[in-house]
Write a protein that binds this ligand. Sequence first.
Ligand code: CTP
Ligand code: CA
Length: 222
Amino acid sequence: QAAPALAQTLAGERVVVSAGPTYEDLDPVRYLGNRSSGKMGFAIAAAAARRGAEVLLVAGPVSLPTPVGVSRIDVRSAVQMRQAVLGALPADIYIGAAAVADYTPRTQMANKIKKSSERLDLDLVRTPDILAEVAASEQALKLVVGFAAETENVAEYARGKLLAKRLDMIVANRVGIPDGGFESDRNAMTAYWKDGERDFSSAPKTELADRLVDLIVERLNA
Ligand code: CTP
Ligand code: CA
């Protein structure tokens, strides 16, 4: 039995979603990465497409199939993700669900780093903040949504990022708890915007994505 057609509440909207981790290469065989399966971002891209949006998914290294009706660009590093995301503008909505590496090696070794001494110090530099750049873009979007993975002070840190990055909404989830977060198929989260918030209790990521996209449609029309 086919699922009932969803109301096409995002028809005509161009949505860019980033998902998954980024890998920052140290040498040809090693990288620094984030724990992220990409499931949440992929589920959001699928949910937006089901509502009639034109969806571009910019995906870090993940092993997930491309959702039906979604265009996809695969990237590896934070710098590549930035280029793909900014290159996808103008758009109406940006959803930054990727776990972007905050630091990348200052230099990438052309050859494998051999073990020599007892210690190895890595020289790392900050990556560009893709989400903040999109929010500050000249090509103004209707809605910019960020994510925040926090282990403590969830509301405080999330609201701090909402303000600092000038976002329209931020979706926070507590990581490091048994049920939810990384790699899991379930998750619980809270969305914050200027003058409101909404809790999403623990549910499968596909269901959460649907509820979150409903909220995005609400905020878009608010
Ligand atoms: N983000 C981004 N580019 C970066 C780092 C983060 O676009 N270089 C985005 C993420 O996709 C997410 C949001 O910023 O939507 C928040 O990421 P998070 O790691 O929680 O916050 P940071 O600003 O990186 O701060 P910190 O890691 O210190 O908590
Ligand atoms: Ca970070």
